[in-house]
Design a protein around this ligand. Structure first.
Ligand code: NDP
Length: 480
């Protein structure tokens, strides 16, 4: 059985404990590799390595830093199919999606921040006749990056790239459920000549390796993406230590469909927004609110499209939805569908686990599920399910749509579908979310701020926001 290894001080190595955790392929339900069960000892080795590398890396010339990051991007590109296959196998997502989204976006994260570091500048403020202030943006030092299982390399690199670009040394932990592409990344970093200790990847459980990263006094900033409950625990540990914290947490995102939308395009895109990656994207629109005058027509068209989606082997190029990431998550999603039934919801399509033939007969599959007839403030409509489940709810007025959209504790993303420009602006301003898409979903521009409000997190990633997070501003005032 293949063993994944930690990447510490430039070397691939076993965990100190020599203990491993089973790594499952969700599409088959079978163990296919072993993940290090790292602990505080491994995190300490990683911190020692990062400390040793920091003095040099933080002083490395911008062009040199850019070149090595570009080489990492090229290294992923040159092993593109290997990365795509690994991501699909580890997570259960389709090969097609990994090739179209996850791996290209991971590559562009490195390219973007490699070039951004050359353009990142700091401010100066003149007080006429009195003084001039200039602000240095210095690297924080050793930083921790912890990422979830849904977009494994994509989100891992989204943190690591800006941290490295700004001169920090990193101790990173991918989700133990999807560690494989992080392991491939460590191989690429060695091939690219990234100096030893600059990036250290420690694999293992959140409560053990992750917690050791959070608690380590020399790790000065934590960039975390994951569930809201985990985020709360992390903040409880890190805040009293005065660590910088960026928390990208859960969502329960509303999709608002008005009667004057482009109907066919809206149906197609809102189905995509609900079910891409089996609904396991923090940005998925899982609550669809539709203006009553088109509700029945929209419902018929939406459900027909969902019924036509093929669930199956992620390796099959005709598959639309692959496997759910783990047995435990599979059970959680099915539990929510059961809850929806108990809360009086009507299942319009799906609502059950699916059994495949052949290779995938023990895999974790769920039919894409659409539910209507639920009160907007019941648990199914309030709690994050993070699976292929969408609810449909009619509304009569803009105010009512906004009340329902804003009723959840989360505030990550939303989408608004209308041809009325004034309404689009009005609703976008009033909706409680960090990201609003109008007549689109998941369009990405790497320069924009990314993050949520309310229980969806604290801080922003993306563009210069991430570079600001990974640096400390030091203001210097000179009397003139
Ligand atoms: P978790 O919160 O369970 O885990 C996220 C990461 O944190 C994993 O690497 C996990 O390790 C680790 N972890 C768990 N406990 C601790 C701890 N005590 N200390 C340090 N690290 C810990 O989230 P999931 O992996 O289940 O991901 C799904 C969640 O992520 C959803 O809620 C989703 O909405 C959210 N998400 C948010 C995004 C955003 O940008 N806002 C984007 C994508 C997802 P391990 O895997 O070993 O438990």
């Amino acid at each position: 059985m293949e063993k994944i290894l930690n990447y510490i001080n430039g070397v691939l190595q076993e965990p100190s404990s020599k203990q491993y955790i089973d790594n499952y392929e969700p599409a088959t339900g079978k163990v296919y590799s072993l993940v290090p069960d790292s602990d505080g000892q491994d995190v300490q080795l990683a911190v020692d390595a990062a400390r040793g590398a920091f003095a040099e890396w933080s002083k490395t010339g911008l062009e040199e830093r850019m070149m090595v990051m570009m080489k990492i991007a090229d290294g992923i590109q040159s092993r593109f199919h290997e990365f795509v296959k690994a991501e699909s196998k580890d997570n259960g997502k389709t090969i097609h999606l990994a090739a179209a989204m996850d791996i290209p976006r991971a590559i562009s994260n490195f390219r973007f921040y490699a070039s951004a570091l050359q353009h990142f500048s700091s401010e100066s403020h003149q007080t006429p006749g009195t003084a001039i202030n200039y602000t240095l943006r210095q690297p924080v030092g050793i930083v921790g990056c912890i990422s979830p299982w849904n977009l494994p390399l994509y989100l891992f690199s989204w943190k690591i790239a800006p941290a490295l670009a700004t001169g920090n040394c990193v101790v990173a932990k991918p989700s133990e459920i999807t560690p494989y592409t992080a392991y491939l990344l460590s191989q690429v970093c060695i091939e690219a000549g990234l100096p030893k200790g600059v990036l250290n990847i420690v694999h293992g459980l959140g409560g053990k390796a992750g917690q050791a990263i959070i608690e380590h006094p020399e790790i000065k900033a934590i960039s975390f993406t994951g569930g809201t409950e985990t985020g709360k625990r992390i903040a409880a540990t890190a805040a009293p230590m005065f660590k910088k914290l960026s928390l990208e947490l859960g969502g329960k995102n509303p999709t608002l469909v008005f009667a004057d939308c482009d109907f066919e395009e809206t149906v197609a895109q809102t189905v995509r927004a609900s079910f891409t990656n089996q609904g396991e994207i923090c940005l998925c629109g899982s609550r669809v609110f539709v203006e009553r005058s088109i509700y029945e027509k929209f419902k018929a068209s939406f459900v027909a499209r969902v019924k036509a989606m093929k669930v199956g082997d992620p390796n099959d190029s005709t598959t639309n939805l692959g496997a759910i990431v783990s047995k435990q998550h599979h059970e959680k999603v099915l539990g929510y569908i059961e809850l929806a039934r108990q809360e009086g919801g009507t299942i319009l399509t799906g609502g059950n686990a699916l059994k495949m033939d052949g290779r995938c007969s023990d895999g974790y599959f769920i039919a894409p599920t659409v539910i209507e007839g639920l009160d907007y403030n019941c648990r199914t409509q309030q709690e994050e399910i993070f699976g292929p489940v969408a609810t449909l709810t009619p509304f009569d007025t803009e105010e009512e749509a906004l009340t329902m959209a804003n009723s959840v504790k989360y505030g990550l993303a939303s989408s608004i579908w209308t041809n009325d420009l004034k309404r689009a602006h009005r609703v976008a301003e009033k909706i409680e979310s960090g990201i609003v898409w109008i007549n689109c979903w998941l369009l990405r521009d790497l320069r924009t701020p990314f993050g949520g409000v309310k229980a969806s997190g604290v801080g922003r990633e993306g563009g210069f926001e991430a570079m600001k997070f990974f640096t400390e501003a030091k203001n210097i005032c000179i009397k003139s």
